[in-house]
Design a protein around this ligand. Sequence first.
Ligand SMILES: [Zn+2]
Ligand SMILES: [Zn+2]
Length: 285
Amino acid sequence: MQITHYISNLFEALGVSFTLSLEYLAFAGTVFFVFYFYKKRKYWYLKIQQRFPGNKDIVREMTYSFTTVIIFGLVILPVWWATNHNITLVYRPLNKYGYFYYVFSILLMIVLHDTYYYWTHRLLHWKKIFRYVHKTHHLSLNPTPFSAYALHPVEALLDVSIIPIIVFTIPYHASAVTIFSAYTLGMNVLGHTGFEFFPSGFPRHKLFKWHNTPTHHNMHHRYVKYNFSIYFNFWDRVMKTNHPNYENAFEKVIEQRHSLKAAAELENDPLEINLSLAEQQELLN
Ligand SMILES: [Zn+2]
Ligand SMILES: [Zn+2]
């Protein structure tokens, strides 16, 4: 009886870890498929670096992503067990501390992780560590959604350690951690898409400038010594590690986006070319 109970618990735990891995692979895979293949023609003008990543790079990123999700799963496993045994600060029901606290706890997780990520990222850039660990991630000079988890196993372990930190320091409802994890995954993949979706003026806007853009992290992959933050453009501004040309580079990406879109529209619409030729003729007559 006891053994079957343990076996069913183990399968449930493995299921949780496996689902997490599948979530990442499905999400990054879908974004990659849509933007790099299925709708490539339609959205290529949004691409920051106008070249397709090398096949070798994509295979390397996918391979490291697999080891990363396995490491994530191995860390989530004991956390899940501890949560089930009420060893963590988990609480139920959802409104035990009120809905305001519920929302606040998610924001707190995001702010805590933003700080944790910035400083551990700075640590990973320390020469002695960079060479052996973080270089793996920086092999992606032209990032794709799979670069997000293309991490050396030590970095993967450091990255996922935010989860045990959260569950032992912040009273949380299980769904708050799920929302936080989905946000982290979404932002991480967005920052590595290689595509810029935000509008012109975003990094100079009074309010929005405090939020990062895909161009911000893309520049980190190109220039390495700047732009270490993940969600907010807070620590980079405070510690003066924002690339000095970030705002201008962002606007250049937007300019490139406009001209590429106009060129693509002209190419895809021969009628428009004919019309403009006819108009020109009319003008000449
Ligand atoms: Zn880095
Ligand atoms: Zn990166």
